[in-house]
Design a protein around this ligand. Sequence first.
Ligand code: SF4
Ligand code: SF4
Ligand code: SF4
Ligand code: FES
Length: 1012
Amino acid sequence: MSVIEMTNGVKASQSGKQPEVEISLDGMAVAASEGELMVEAILRHKEIPHICYHSPLMGSIQTCDTCIVEVDGQLVRSCGTKVGAHMKVVTESKRAKDARSEAFDVILGYHMLYCTVCDNNNENCRVHNTALELNVQHQEHPFKPKPYEVDMSNPFYRYDPSQCILCGQCVQACQTVQVNETLSIGWELEHPRVLWDGGMQIGGSSCVSCGHCITVCPCNALMEKSMLGEAGFLSGMPKESLNKMIDVVKAIEPEMGYGAIMQVSQTEATMREERIKKTKTVCTYCGVGCSYDVWTKDRKILKIVPLHGDANQISTCVKGKFGWDYVNHKDRLQTPLIREGRGFREASWEEALTLVTSKLSAIKQQYGPDSLAVIVSSKCTNEDGYLMQKFGRAVLGTNNIDNCSRYCQSPATTGLFRTVGYGGDSGGIENIAKSGLVLIVGSQTADSHPVLATRVKRAHKLHGQRLIVADPREHEMAQRADIHFRPRPGTDLVWISAMSRYMLDNGHAKLDFLDKWVNGLDEFRKSLEPFTMEYAAKTCNVPLETLERVAKELAAARSIAILWAMGITQHTRASDGSTALSNLLLITGNYMRDEGGAYPLRGHNNVQGAGDVGAAPNVYPGYQSVTDPEIRKKFEEGWGVALPPERGMDNHEMVDAMHDGKLRGMYLAGEDMISADSNANHVAGAFEKLDFFVVQDIFFSETCRYADVILPGAPALEKEGTFSSTERRIQRLYQALPELGDSRADWKITQDIANRMGANWNYQHPSEIMAEMASLTPLYEGVSYDRLEGYKTLQWPVAPDGTDQPVLYLSGFPFPDNKARLYPLEFHEPQEAPDRDFDLFLNNGRLLEHFHEGNMTYRVSGIQEETPERYLEISEELAHERGIDSGRWVRVTSRHGSLVIKALVTNRVFGKQVYLPHLSQEGPINILTGSHADVATNTPAFKETAVRIKLLPEQGSNPLKPLNPRFSGKPTPQTGVEVERKWKRKDYHMPGTEKLVQIQSQKGTSSHGDSC
Ligand code: SF4
Ligand code: SF4
Ligand code: SF4
Ligand code: FES
């Protein structure tokens, strides 16, 4: 889908574009789109002030009055006026200019201009820039500080009410983009200000520290704490001296005017460009693929500035915006380590790599190539991953290669391969947002894919999108849903198949589409015979009426996007569950269109890429089969070596092979397999049996304990490369910081090892690695670093001419006959379920503020302050039955292991379900989970674990800290900033000499954005 660059670089979809009309702009005939905001039409041709207008995503706010122009002889706010044909727009009249100056003068009454010593004066402060643009010399409305303290109670940012110009952009962002609904403005207060949860301090409010409000704040009222005292040459001076300087500036202003003072501050702002480096990067946490600039000063990370990303625009979550302390953390591995007795000693690269290569070579020679294996990190870049799998195949000579998508995403990929042919999301985030109905199954999207969730929350809140959630736990999306139901764990296939049958039985199936584009309907219809609604209700333990309501909603929906994740993919029949969802999308005709579709949400930042680059035992890059002789020949010619013809072992099989003595050596990068695989004790026992184990990581993980050599890799901020997000979006990241200490970018390490083992690789830059991969991989054929420069992105498959496919299947499915395939399924009971001995169902997953096992986020001090420990969520019913209060220590025991943890009583879980986050610092969850796995892909069945709990005598403090947004936050939902309440104030004076009116070319100019 094409996009247009708007104010502030934020992009708006051009879909649904209105007809072009002509308007007169200062006497010049110009084209505009009927119904677009006048300010956008004007800004395409000339600058006018517009402090509170941010972008189409944020929409019309109308709080600042600085954008006033004349339209057909009347003064109007251009951001509140929609374009109509033949409108006569005058921006340069004295009336309009006076009105804008008056509006800005009112703003200066709220905000002290001390720009030279302000950390926000970095050439992007919109108050500073507007003062310059309007050539302000003096102000009529004297600055009056507001009678409120600066709020420093959030670990990451602060609010200074006395600098707040009440533009309301923060409120709009919080209410309509992030949709956390924390912020409002107390317009009726004597001194209006921004309010958190209607008047709480920030820390302890419902604020989730996503940072949207700070990103859009046009001045220094909201600022990252990491910027304070850092950005300016003078802003770091002690507060007393700073105040004296401000007083001096204020004293000379009446005589000198602002002109000279602003020139000084402008010069200082320009000088800051020299010492603050701004580097585009891509988030290293989840698979949404948020991109942004990171501002650094030497090694200090000052702030994250999202504005341009195709996936996220202005959005981030707490991890992307503030989760960066880990990069400079004292725990970073900075030098190679070699095992010595029970510990490790530091070593030079020469010594470490000599040992690695001699050991790997010796094992290869003695036991053959298949006694070795490679595990590729899905946190690393595509180029890192490509080289590692090439190393495994071309240098070691084995297909024993895998990555952590085995733990979460392989079943989703299998379900899509069985039915539609590509192993990726069928569209992008904007296609989800456009859909008539979103069905979320087994994904706590607001925790695991926070920015993607914002677009669903926004569409649901503002644009009438329907939302249905099937999940045992009442997470945020479930709370917001129109229907939330809780199928018995492991039975999703049944109700999903019953939905398919309902559509076919009741005339809601898209038969024309099926007839033309889909094979296997008759056989599939037959396979659905057992799946009546009654059978589903009984098997899934869901009321029949609920299932019928869901079926009716699905039947009535204009389009259906299905989002799923580990609640589906971590079962013993996970591939079948994923397949059932894709079957349902086919039956309802939700492929081959730019709304609706399949969205198996990828967990890690580059788990999609790790699969794409061939970090798997059965496929080369681009999912090309290793057993296909033609394809193998292509890679043999490309790489100049003979390649192994048989499929290798996946990481589940590798663990068994270590126990059996068949696998003797392993090279593993960036994966804490002990914490991430199921059955930690079984995995640890396997590592102990290896002859040689080399681990490459940025921290000393649990897995490192079993290594013989540890090599220090580099995190994303310290290297160049690309990531591929859940939308199949390939994006470049640039090096913001030098590699820390003696650590090295991962691709450099792999190349060094390969060359020491006889390869003759000579990659100078990751772009050369991508060029090689593109030449061998049809999905990435047209990908090049030039085409991905800066914020440019491509969604695979990419044709040789660079044309990408934001939406898959628009012209058919990648099977020989161009048709999709319905895939018949049977239901099998989950392998492990609660019984008399283990009476509770153990659910598990992520928490918004921590990522997976917490290796990075436990090293972020602000996140630690808010969420220092994990806990076992138990239901109010269970707490009542067993006499448990929050903070009580309990022992949790499964058939596979046991751990001790504090309980948290919550209404997010029900009955005999308990929930344990993945965080592993106090003992990984997978001590409790067994080795049973999806029968098709060997993905561990994390979600099929039964436990019992035993109360321990100790009663501890509540594990949920008062600073945590879940503790006592009470959001205050509004549809936007509610500027009408400001206009009703007695002291509100409309700028301009005439009464201000709004001209509406169409009824209902909204006070929020409508570009969903
Ligand atoms: S949730 Fe908090 S950080 Fe995010 S926009 Fe709202 S107030 Fe700002
Ligand atoms: S804190 Fe909010 S209302 Fe105040 S200036 Fe910043 S964005 Fe505007
Ligand atoms: S963790 Fe995910 S949602 Fe959050 S900023 Fe990073 S990519 Fe975006
Ligand atoms: S930009 Fe139009 S009122 Fe603020």
